[in-house]
Structures are given as structure tokens and as C-alpha cells.
Design a protein around this ligand. Sequence first.
Ligand code: SF4
Ligand code: F3S
Ligand code: FES
Length: 250
Amino acid sequence: MAEQHVPIDTYTTPAMRVNVKILRFNPEQDKKAHWETYPVDAQPSDRVLDLLNYIKWYVDPTLTFRRSCGHGICGSDAMLIAGRNRLACKTLLRDVVKDGGTLTVEPIRGLKVEKDLLVDMEPFFDSYRAIMPYFINESPPPAAERLQSPEQAERMAHSSNCILCASCTTSCPIFWVNGSYLGPAAIVQAHRFIFDSRDQATNQRLNIMNQNTGVWRCRTAYNCTEACPRDIPITTLIEEVKRAVMYQQS
Ligand code: SF4
Ligand code: F3S
Ligand code: FES
């Protein structure tokens, strides 16, 4: 790959040079993944997504990755950046690499790589669908909203912040060795409805959580909590679901 040293932002003097080392894989021509390194001039305040866009737009248009909102909302650009799952659009260079250093970027683990940094998210969304991620209440709707107290809303405040980025599930060692584990993201989503005072399918979801693909697979490794870009206390929420399952069974 030809080296290019064009600064990302041509209106400012680049303050650092970074070697962006990306794990590349093209199923049409590669038997296995290989590293390619791209020297890029940048600012410490640039985001990793800025560098990936720069490489794709000006160096190698075949580089493949997902991104959409660019602002930490859609959850589409989770990657293994400098050895940890992060959103490329929310990761500043100054937090992950020094001037002259090498920044590694790999696809998230545990899901099939389709090309470069793009993985097949279907198994992840199968687990999401398995917990029935929709509001269930058969009673006649009131004239206005179904109200909650502030305390009731607080019970689901953390879990309703999830953006389904998969950073948690794909950093979980249990998920890596057993893909049938629903995984922390699906449990967070289940938590969101189990602890919704207005929902009427609590027992159904707790039964799903009690299956051998559910909460009991979790060994409190905490990787998920450390990886969450929304600072959701995932392991704590999983423990709350475990207690709710035990309470239901007793
Ligand atoms: Fe992403 Fe956090 Fe939701 Fe997991 S819980 S999918 S890490 S936002
Ligand atoms: Fe996995 Fe998180 Fe449990 S990393 S083992 S789901 S605490
Ligand atoms: Fe949407 Fe990063 S591009 S979260």
C-alpha cells in the first residue's frame, strides 16, 4: 500500500503522526486476515472515525466499516480499538495513541467477519429479538400516556440508554466460547422491559432469562461494563435480572 502523508484537516498544522494498523480481510481474495498500516497526520482531537474515513476516502477506498450518525447514537461503529471495544466516532486519538505511535483497529470479536471491520450482526440481533424487545400490555390504553412515578422510571433509566452497539456482548469471554449465550446486550434489553412497571410480560422474559442461554451463563467478568460507551452498569443490571429470576422461582 502506497504511503501518503496528507493531513486529515488541511486547515490546521498536523500535531501528530499516527500509524493506523488495521486488520484487513477480503473474503474474495484472502484466506485469513492480515494487518495493513497507514501513516496518517492528524490532530489529538481527531476521532478514530475521522482517520478511518480519511483512509477510505483518500488512501484505500476498499476499506470497509460501518458508521452512520458519527455522534455516538446509532451504535454502528463498534470496533476493537487499541485492544478494547469502543465506538470509533467517540474515541479521540489523544486517548488511545501517542505521537508517532501505532493504533490498532480490529473488528469486534465473536461475530463472523464479512469484510475488514464489518461483522455479521445477525446473531447479535437474533439474541435481541429472543427477549421480545417490545412493550407488552393488553389492558385498554388510557386516554393519555401510561404513567410512571419518577422512581419507577428510574428503575429502567440505565437499560433504556442502550444503543445496541454490541461492544458488551463481543467483549464477553463467555460469548466468545459459546455463541448461544444471549449475551449482556440482550440481558440489558430484557432488563429494560422486566423493570418497566407498565409492561405485563415480566414472567415470560424472566423465563427466557432462566434458560441455559440466559443470565446464568454470566460469570461476572465485567468486560461488558468496561466496554459500554453509554456507561451502563451492565454487570449490576445482569445481577438485578438474576435476582428477579430467583425471586420468581422462589
Ligand atoms: Fe452497547 Fe452498552 Fe448497549 Fe452493550 S449495553 S449494546 S455496550 S450501549
Ligand atoms: Fe460476560 Fe459481562 Fe457477564 S463480560 S461474563 S456478561 S459480566
Ligand atoms: Fe453512530 Fe458511531 S457512527 S455511534
